[in-house]
Design a protein around this ligand. Structure first.
Ligand SMILES: O=C(O)CCC(=O)C(=O)O
Length: 206
């Protein structure tokens, strides 16, 4: 079921069938243990994030907040491509929500029981992409998460949205720069064949 939460902010509930969730979970795990493995980013100010991260297509540098072809803030390795299987999921979900995206980068985050993501805007993509309202497509797999979404100012109040495995959130148009974050993971809620923990993939167009 598709739920429009605000203009340009669409929740595609149970977008992915159980078998697809299991298939994508396995793909994420394989990628995160591959030749270019998942790592824990350190961000500006020296704080370590509580999620594991693997970027595909382009690497998000947590110290410069810029995208690059090699992980210059970590091990210098070249960034793996986005598997076409994953890019297709994002393209189709965006279309279903009324948007078009050519995803050329994906940030894959792994949340353990205690991981969180502070409230932030996704604004490191090209200004033209952001101005055009080309969406962020966010795919959830595994444990349930308490996602919070606010307005265009950090001071705006946030509302919680519980995201379960197979849900997809599309944030585009006037909602492209909404503040959002993850305040809590609900351990042990992952469907059979996914988990433990949660993978979230945000597909973006640079
Ligand atoms: O995990 C989520 O649902 C959100 C991830 C996120 O905010 C991000 O990667 O920028």
């Amino acid at each position: 079921m598709n739920v429009t939460l605000a203009d340009g902010l669409v929740l595609l509930q149970s977008r992915l069938a159980a078998a697809e969730q299991r298939e994508l979970w396995l793909l994420c795990r394989t990628l995160s243990e591959g030749a270019v493995p998942m790592y824990t980013p350190t961000v500006r100010g020296g704080r370590k994030m509580s999620v594991g991260m693997l970027c595909l297509g382009k690497h998000w540098n947590g110290l410069t907040y810029q995208y690059e072809d090699r992980r210059s803030d970590f091990d210098g390795l070249a960034v793996p491509e986005i598997p076409p299987r994953l890019a297709n999921v994002a393209r189709a979900a965006a279309e279903d929500a009324g948007f078009t995206i050519q995803p050329d980068l994906c940030i894959m985050n792994y949340y353990s029981d205690s991981s969180k993501m502070g409230v932030h805007q996704d604004k490191d993509e090209r200004p033209e992409t952001i101005a055009a309202g080309i969406p962020i497509v966010s795919v959830s797999l595994g444990d349930e998460a308490r996602f919070v979404v606010g307005g265009l100012s950090r001071r705006d109040p946030t509302s919680p949205v519980m995201l379960t495995s197979g849900d997809v959130v599309v944030m585009g148009g006037p909602s492209r720069l909404r503040y959002h974050g993850v305040t809590r993971i609900l351990p042990g809620t992952a469907p059979h064949g996914t988990g433990p923990g949660r993978f979230n993939l945000t597909f973006r167009q640079w």
